[in-house]
Write a protein that binds this ligand. Structure first.
Ligand code: SF4
Ligand code: FES
Length: 557
């Protein structure tokens, strides 16, 4: 394997990589602004320049290239020696930093990017501590460039990542460089807006605080945010994401690089799809139809009473041989498993139905292969996989192993004579159609859901459920990939995950004490069921990183 040396450290590499790529692959930092793994390499920011020496092919003697070379654009070669810490390279780094900051407003105190800004970091590492610039700074304007994005031109360092993104990745070409030299600026083409399914990714791509997400603007200093690895919870993409949160509140969702799934990107739909988590009207207290509302002062008592009532309804439904489970494609595999396990233990012949799977339009594939999924549910396949395996492995089941689609579900409720339904929702918007409301209106319903809808007041028992960011679990995406996600925030108010509700129901039915939900333990149990071995052999757990705990303590004044 070829080898090169950077600042005295030897690194092996595969042919076809640039010096910067070899350095980054090996965890060695060479400062860079314009380079990004996903984009073409214009080598225009010049901060990555280094001294490069190569062995003479005839004599083998090391010969230094007279000029500094852009490491992002220079192919790595066997025997190369690179110096990023030589006087010449360091002088260039300082000069580039000084140049970039000449017209920069240095408004870190009010900039959303402060704390995760490459300009700040590199200024500290490679810049000079004082500005020598005495003249008047050029003041560039702030611009509203799209429905979700602002451009603070005065912070822009003209790396052109954003322009190349709209040309090379989305090929929507909304952005351009206008002007020349000291007056050049990023802008949208006249009459256009930065408005495509992937537009929000420019905010992550921008190495400084020039492109900003309107919804995150001034919401939170990033050093207070904790980050939790998660998976898209509103479409079937399985996009890998990071949930940034603080004090029980989600503030933003960003993509987590996974070349096998979403590359470096997420859609704006996924980026902003968490907002229902904090809707004012979230269901947060259990309720029993016809009974007085429970006091929020005694939520534990309320949950006990509601769970006992739900258990009674389900037991009576099972006794009359008319139980059905509608497992929403929005819940996790673990949720579906624990709920179905309880229902089938009460009635081995219970009807098993996958709830409605919303589909909007058709899949859209971008030129780089990124797919925007039309299916707006994260786990239709996983829920079906679990229900089918349990139906096959349930002793004494004579009702067949078929698991019904929602379209056939209404018919299944009737044909199975299901008079009692355990119904799960967890959709980000209204999902009960008039057909379902009519069909369910004649039945006894125990409902687990997150937002109010046509059925919440009609259900005999309502148990408020947690959204995916409030629990751990597994989703199976549109390509059949099983991916685990961690709990980012605690369930809001008095909600519980569907898994915990299933365990509470088990305790109520058996007279025991409810076990706390443990996603890994449930998956281990699932993997012992025929057909669910994949939860041990093909499960992709959420990585321990990028869990980032804030190292800032808030001092009360
Ligand atoms: S707005 Fe950001 S990404 Fe675009 S050129 Fe300026 S610094 Fe680079
Ligand atoms: S990263 Fe090499 S010139 Fe910009």
């Amino acid at each position: 394997m070829p080898q090169l040396t950077i600042n005295g450290n030897a690194y092996s590499f595969e042919k076809g990589k640039t010096i910067l790529q070899v350095a980054l692959d090996n965890g060695f930092e060479i400062p860079h602004y314009c380079y990004h793994d996903s984009l073409s390499i214009p080598a225009n920011c010049r901060i990555c320049l280094a001294e490069v020496g190569q062995p003479n092919p005839k004599t083998g003697a090391l010969e230094w290239i007279p000029k500094l070379m852009p490491t992002c654009h220079t192919m790595a070669a066997d025997g190369m020696v690179i110096r990023t810490d030589s006087d010449k390279a360091v002088a260039n780094q300082k000069a580039v930093m000084e140049y970039l900051l000449i017209n920069h407003p240095v408004d870190c105190a009010v900039c959303d990017q402060a704390g995760e800004c490459h300009l700040q970091d590199y200024s500290y590492e490679y810049g000079r501590s004082e500005s020598r610039f005495q003249e008047e700074k050029i003041k560039n304007p702030k611009k509203d460039v799209g429905p979700n994005i602002l451009l603070y031109s005065d912070r822009c360092i003209m790396c052109t990542r954003c322009v190349r993104f709209t040309r090379e990745v989305t090929q929507t070409n909304e952005l351009m460089v206008e002007g020349r030299g000291g007056t050049e600026m990023i802008d949208v083409f006249p009459g256009m807006a930065l408005d495509n399914e992937l537009a929000g990714n420019v905010v992550d791509l921008c190495p400084v605080g020039a492109l900003l997400d309107k919804k995150f603007l001034f919401q939170q200093r990033v050093w207070f945010l904790k980050s939790t690895a998660s998976i898209d919870g509103i479409t079937s993409s399985g996009d890998n994401i990071t949930v940034d949160h603080n004090d029980g509140r989600v503030y933003r969702i960003r993509p987590r690089t996974n070349m096998a799934v979403n590359q470096w990107w997420i859609t704006d739909e996924v980026r902003h799809g968490w907002e229902f988590v904090h809707r004012e009207d979230r269901l947060s207290m259990p309720a029993i139809r016809g009974a007085d509302a429970f006091s929020r002062d005694d939520a534990a008592e309320a949950w006990l009473a509601a769970t006992d009532r739900a258990a009674r309804v389900l037991r009576e439904g099972a006794a009359s041989g008319s139980l059905a489970l509608v497992a929403s494609p929005m819940i996790s595999c673990e949720d579906a498993y624990l709920l179905a396990r309880e229902v089938l233990s009460l009635d081995p012949n219970a009807a098993l139905i996958v709830g409605p799977v919303p589909v909007v339009g058709a899949d859209k594939t971008f030129p780089n292969g990124f797919v925007v999924r039309a299916e707006k549910a994260p786990n239709a396949r996983g829920v079906r996989r679990v229900l089918e395996a349990l139906a096959r492995s349930t002793a004494g089941r004579t009702a067949g192993t078929a698991v019904h689609d929602a379209s056939a579900g209404l018919g299944a409720l009737t044909s199975a004579g299901a008079g009692t339904v355990l119904l799960t929702g967890n959709y980000p918007s209204e999902w009960i159609t008039p057909d379902w409301a009519t069909a369910l209106g004649t039945r006894r319903v125990v409902m687990l859901d997150t937002l109010p809808n046509r059925m919440t007041s009609a259900a005999e028992v309502l148990l408020p459920a947690a959204t995916w960011v409030e629990k751990a679990g597994t989703f199976e995406n549109a390509t059949g990939r099983l991916q685990g996600f961690d709990r980012a925030i605690d369930p809001i108010d008095y909600c519980k995950s569907e898994s915990q509700i299933a365990l509470d129901l088990r305790a109520s039915l058996s007279g025991g004490v409810a076990a706390p939900y443990d996603a890994a333990a449930v998956r281990a149990e699932m993997s012992r069921v025929a057909g669910l071995e994949c939860f041990a052999t093909a499960h992709h757990p959420a990585p321990a990183k990028p869990l980032v705990e804030s190292d800032m303590t808030l001092v009360e004044l």
